[in-house]
Design a protein around this ligand. Sequence first.
Ligand code: ATP
Ligand code: MG
Length: 729
Amino acid sequence: MTEPSLPASLEALLASLNPQQREAVTAPPGPILVWAGPGSGKTRVLTYRVAYLIAAYGVSPWNILAVTFTNKAAREMEERLEQLLGSTRASGLTVGTFHAFCARLLRQEAAYHPFTSRFVIADTDDQRRLLQQAMKDLNISEAYYPISLVHTKISQAKNAGLWPEDYPQGSPRDRTIAKIYQRYQALLEASRALDFDDLLLWAVRLLSEYPGLREKYARRYQHILVDEFQDTNTLQYHLVRLLAQDHRRLFVVGDMDQAIYRWRGADYKNLERFQRDFPEAQVIPLEENYRSTQFILDAAMGVIRPLHRKPKRLYTRRGQGRRVVVKEVRDTYQEATYVVETILELVRAGEARLGDVAIMYRTNAQSRVLEERFLEYRLPYRLVGAQRFYGRREVKDLLAYLRLIYNPADESSLLRIINVPSRGIGMKTLAALRTYAQRQGKAAGEVLLDLAHDPDAYHAVFPGRMHRALYAFAVQMKTWQEEALGRSPLALLDRIIEDVGYEAYVRDGSEEGEGRWENVQELRRIASEYPPEALEAFLEDVALVSDQDTLENGDAPTLLTLHAAKGLEFPVVFIVGLVEGLLPHERSMHDPESLNEERRLFYVGITRAMNRLYLVVPRTRWAFGVPEPQEPSRFLKDLPMEAVEGDLLKLFPELRRTTREPSSRRSRRGSRAVPAYRVGMRVRHARWGEGTVVSVEEAGGDQILMVAFDGGTTKPLLASMAPLEVVES
Ligand code: ATP
Ligand code: MG
């Protein structure tokens, strides 16, 4: 990821680009689409374009909006621009994620929405709590409407731009979800909180409903640039169009083969929309890959080929490099050992440093076994995933205090800490407080502040003991609020820790308690980076922290999901768990479009590798103590034989025959004749018993069957290999 030290003058800057890149960077302002493969310099071109606009056209950074996919990418861009232009000329630029941009807009335009400029951003936990509350209020049982399902449905609706009143009312189920959605929004509004999706939804609403506002922002943002355009969702596209439709200075870069966020609402139709809305756009391809060696690119092309009518070429001048290693291992434990020992060997041989290595997997849960092995070998590692730190109880508690001080109406934060550590405010007192607040049309936190100002007025409202407990806390809250002015987030945090006795609360003498206290110290360290009066900025950054943002530079291998790896590059990459059910994930198996997305995800993983790539296949996974045999991922079969070494043919012996003995395939496993399977056939498996064939996929002269067994499981099976017999055709 290191760049050569960047040239100072514009000319030198342009000289470091190839002709296509230069064309994209210097194209006259107007709609431009840079559509190109991985590692071809799209992100680099976008960054240089910003520098070029400033240096060559004299555009003020103030008039530029550059949208990146993560906050980390945004920071990297700012740093590069400072190197290119110097810090004074680069300042004033707006760079960040769509969410960060919308949050800023909504704070500035508080007159146009009910949340005031001091709204808080509800995280996943807050959202769940509010949904639970909404369903309780409406007497809807979680047994019939699981929170996660409701959450997904509402989030999808929001990302499609649908408000509660627009929610489709087709089935009774839809009508119920629409009701929950409505109630959930009311609860958010009462807490002056917005969830992630709301940030986009409200920003787009304001810009479409108030032409004056739209003009103001369109005038300010004369140049708009978007990275990873293939993963924008409908709302994000609308936002971009609202701002750019008049001046049309829109520069987007992307790659359809790397679209991996469809499940989160990303819409590949945005490319068509762009071409329809900006028909005059100049389309610029980039052809040379600067990241990977040729064998790695060959592997990538093999994997993506089934999605293309015309094969796409990826080429590099970096040379063939080393072959891609396919490795079969006994189980996930051996997989972890293999990864760790291979890394140690590479380091010992001087071929890589620890920090050059990334280990990628499909699901977060796969990291645990790897982490254990790293600890056992006393190897450092870094785990990417916001949950790891910001999901911890003690971190969330302290942030809730800060959020409450910042915004006393933040109900969810108040509920979290009003009795943590315990201060005699039980369920009954809390209920009394909330009921009273509701009657007054206030938030509970606001009632507490009133109480602190005028305790006597509340003797009639809260009986003796309740009054005492609430008043004591209210006074603390009021003091913190007054102190918040002029203090740094760290000073405020320390004051809270001291006042509530938080140290004694977490450090209970146990090992776990010490760990928790360390997390508190980590939070203090983060807070210490903020100047006085920066509470708002601190809370906002914390709320918007994305998965990639926990990734720092340093000399340790990185563990991360394939999704989080987007846009990054590493000299050495391991992709683990390459088995059916993980990649492709079992949830995707019955839907061709989801299967394609899994294939693209694998492609994204492969194309992160610069020099070395290892693909690991564990043949057993353990589920609650029971070994489960695994089939190697179907995607591996598309790797070109010449580009790989290792166990590919051992995993797929049938691949051998395509080059040599085409007629012998049926006799591969003894002399068993393999019938042609069809959907609906009844079959018997040696281990799983009888079942029905639910899908058949022709694959390289073989068939891949999905069989729904009567016992309840559905399994993918290779027709030529599985111990199957036909019961009834
Ligand atoms: P992805 O699709 O994975 O996001 P990308 O197209 O954005 O990839 P970049 O990350 O911009 O590609 O570039 C890939 C690597 O190639 C980076 O290390 C970048 O610095 C380098 N690179 C790009 N263009 C050139 C060039 N003209 N000369 C030398 N190195 C280059
Ligand atoms: Mg990129």
